[in-house]
Write a protein that binds this ligand. Structure first.
Ligand code: CAA
Length: 261
């Protein structure tokens, strides 16, 4: 499938890389770009060989600087609602991909860009990354889930402070707040992201998918029901060849060769 606003490639076996590719507009998300991200997600979802998806922005200036302000400027309320629902739907499909999705944030990560990053499973940042929800500067609220995902990630007080003041967080502050999991020098961010992707891709694929599903589904349940999900996932692993291979390889002191079944 060929795209105009994004690039989807598999540079290494099992590792997909999605690059938002509108560097002249700092990779801003317009409806066409969102549509292409949705198609790319569907493509990765349909590929049983996929193990992990990296999401990044083209150029060294921005991950994504937000939803496209030129596209939104003359929206009616109905169009704004449709755009918001499109963004929410596409970001939710990314979040619901069965394989882990890692945001690789190399610069401005603002508004819809921060919302895109937060719909990934975790965020790796360069030391030059800048995070924020600056929508109130434009007289609007976040529209692609920022009020909800930011609150879940950093807590209500900081989310409210950031969303109502439009203050941006530098990478070190985003790390301290739990918004990102690791910060790397800008020059090594891409290689560090691939290193991490290779680690994920080397593990038991069924176990990785079940772990993601259990963490994701469990976080909205009470602890008792969430732990039932976990024990069911654990038991399901024992139907797989990967469990036999993983445990046998450990006992034979060799590296496991997982086949994802
Ligand atoms: N939408 C459309 N175009 C954008 C954009 C955006 N979100 N962000 C940057 N651009 C464009 C600029 O208009 C500019 O285009 P031209 O060269 O044609 O003039 C180009 O990208 C480069 O940007 P700047 O010249 O502004 O670069 P800078 O280095 O001076 O500033 C910046 C960088 C601080 C990120 C600044 O571009 C900026 O503040 N961008 C807007 C950030 C923002 O408000 N994001 C939230 C959008 S609303 C939203 O996302 C709603 C939602 O939740 C769904």
């Amino acid at each position: 499938m060929s795209f105009e606003n994004i690039v989807l490639e598999m540079p290494e076996p099992g590792i997909y890389l999605l690059t938002v590719n509108r560097p002249k507009a700092l990779n801003a998300l317009n409806p066409a770009t969102l549509g292409e991200i949705g198609q790319a997600v569907a493509q990765v979802a349909a590929d049983g060989a996929a193990r992990v998806l990296l999401v990044t922005g083209a150029g060294d200036k921005a991950f994504v600087a937000g939803a496209d302000i030129s596209a939104m400027q003359s929206f009616t309320a109905v169009e704004a609602k449709e755009f918001s629902l499109q963004g929410l739907r596409v970001l939710r499909s990314l979040e619901n991909l069965r394989v882990p999705v890692i945001a690789v944030v190399n610069g401005y990560c603002l508004g819809g860009g921060c919302e895109l990053a937060m719909s990934c499973d975790w965020i790796l940042a360069s030391d030059r990354a800048l995070f924020g929800q600056p929508e109130v500067n434009l007289g609007v609220t976040p529209g692609f889930g920022g009020t909800q995902r930011l609150t879940r990630l950093v807590g209500r007080a900081l989310a409210l402070e950031l969303v109502t003041t439009a203050r941006n967080l530098k990478a070190d502050e985003a790390l301290a707040a739990g918004l990102v999991t690791r910060v790397f020098p800008a020059e090594s961010l891409r290689e560090e992201a691939f290193k991490m992707a290779r680690v994920v891709a080397s593990k038991g694929p069924v176990a990785v998918r079940l772990a993601k599903e259990t963490i994701q589904r469990g976080q909205d349940l009470d602890l008792d029901n969430a732990c039932v999900l976990e024990s069911d996932a654990f038991a399901l692993c024992f139907t797989t060849a990967d469990q036999k291979e993983g445990m046998t390889a450990f006992l034979e002191k060799r590296k496991a060769n997982f086949e994802g079944k």
